[in-house]
Design a protein around this ligand. Sequence first.
Ligand code: ADP
Length: 720
Amino acid sequence: MSRIASVLLPMPLPEAFDYAEPEGMELAVGDQVAAPLGPRLLRGVVVALREAAGGNRPLKAIESKLDSPPLPPGAIEFVQWAARYSVDAPGQPLAIAIRGARAPKAKPEKVIEVTGVQPGRSTPARLKVLEAAAGQRLSPADLARAAGVSAGVIKGLVDEGALALTLIEADTRFDAPDLARKGHELNPSQAAAAAALVAMVGEGGFNVALLDGVTGSGKTEVYLEAVAAALARDPVAQVLVMLPEIALTQAVIARFVERFGVMPAEWHSDIAPPMRRKVWDAVATGGCRIVIGARSALFLPFAKLGLIVVDEEHDGSYKQDEGFIYQARDLSVARGKIEGAGVILASATPSLESLRNAEIGRYRWLKLTSRHGVARLPEITLIDLKDTPPETGRWLSPPLVKAMIETLAAGEQTLLFLNRRGYAPLVLCKACGERMTSPDTDSWLVEHRYSNRLVCHLTGFSMPKPDKCPHCGAQDSLTSIGPGVERVEEEARMLFPQARVAVFSSDTVWDAKEARRLVDSMAEGEIDILVATQAAAKGHNFPKLTLVGVVDADLGLRGGDLRASERTYQLLAQATGRAGRRDRPGRALLQTYAPEHAVMQALKAQDRDAFVEAEMAEREIMKLPPFGRLGAIVVSGPDAQALEAFVRLMAEAAPNADGVEVYGPADAPLSLIRGRRRKRFLIRADRTVDLSAYLATWRARIRPPGAIRVSIDVDPYSFL
Ligand code: ADP
């Protein structure tokens, strides 16, 4: 009897499609196949197989089984779970999960081998080549270099049969970690935390621990021990370590190389396709035991996942806000549960969600309260910009400049932190007051001086900076308002012409290599003043960095959303936490107009617990996360009236449920993007409510007309 295969396709389709299994194909669940959809052939994954009952209408047949490792059961279950949780089509997370499988394989490599055949005549150059080629396989170019000869010499030897050119398949495995190596000697509190984590790993199965340690306490050293234990406990177990920034990935990889003597697999947007494919295949077949990556690494097809570490777990970049919307930290706990793996969430400033789970005993809570060795937490001073403002047109106040002078004189480094890319966040016309905005989008254009362009950070639109106002035509009337990192750099160069100044933002650091270069040169002391956005403000260890200046500490508070205070506290605690991480004491100066704000006071007093307690109390009263749950629905469309009519219908269709409140529809704060108007609903639910099911029910009741899009965000972090 023939069988029917349910195949999940990486498309926004509501469910898997049925296909007939061709005679003799012998499919299994997890297999990757080519299946027809309309006129196209798509790569899909078999998620179920059943015997065909007679009498059904004939199904289209699967075209072929693909030569790729199957998706392991845990990965399939995770994809389906994530889709249900996020109220999205399962094909969306599947597309992320099989992205690596779709990348082209590395081409076979050409290498030269010695055949033993004597060449017709022996010249010194030829002898050098034969000597260099003996016992190893080098590419023709490498061999020419090693022997110091031209390519022609090698070609001659190949032509005469003394050397043979062979193609070898690229290596598909990663070197096994050396578990006999020891880590650094741990201090007593690190040792206690490490022992607890090792014990958790030793128990096996699903468990979550929150590794809550101040900046510089050595959390990486501690979780490295848990990683070693997980790898040692089961010879095929795999470990995933997630990090929020590519720049940080580079630094942590170096520590893994030091600890385990091998290069772990790396996974993020900047990995070249053949390497992506190598990692994917190796992860699926057990040929790779350690993966260090960004949030999408959570969707890799681990054959046997033993431990997940989410470093800097509070970080906002774990949330993906576009396409398939998910929060990788939260999903890591779900994946751990599905795989029966341990999960370690590490941070100096954990999210309130994780702290709450630790408080009620759902997570084990391990604390490191002091820095390792002689390093002390930096002294934090608030600079009230009302009392000591910078000079007109400048952004660094006199007390901060004075501290920079002292730091430079001592041969130490300064980090100026400003979480804003570009030169100026706003450009306006002095003559008519016109603000330069993005076309069809409710957003200002940001001036970038390196490229001399005005850029929309929301849509990517950019244009050369005009020399007259496009509105009134006045010549040279466009003025830059406010600072971005480029402008602070300009000021730092002007104040300290002899200092070595660099900028670290996603505009100056565009790939992993550049990130590593800049991080290394900062660590080597080749930079005196680093002006950085959050891309460089977390995780790093710069031994000679003793001063952190926060240019605009109030920046993150202005949006005023649910997490504004929490996020600002986390970001500034991380940024200031870069100072004084070795033997030299550090200090941090925060420029603010609101020194009395609870966030500033908590930072100054280094009293995180009091801040968390106050913030928790407020959230508890409002029944907001972590005491309640939130969902957001953004509805967008090109036509304002049609949109308005549709959101009204939608509001009427909202299911009634106990413990759920629906707010809206209201104009979204960003009410126009790329010509599409946007409306929002906000849904608050008690923790006992299955919010995903509620939202799915709601969505099933309405059918948006063609031009209107409905996007659901469970546990939203962005309220724009
Ligand atoms: P965290 O992640 O908690 O901010 P790290 O793990 O990056 O801290 O450690 C901070 C610095 O202290 C690093 O340079 C690290 O190598 C060093 N360090 C921490 N613990 C030890 C230890 N037990 N022995 C030697 N160096 C340590």
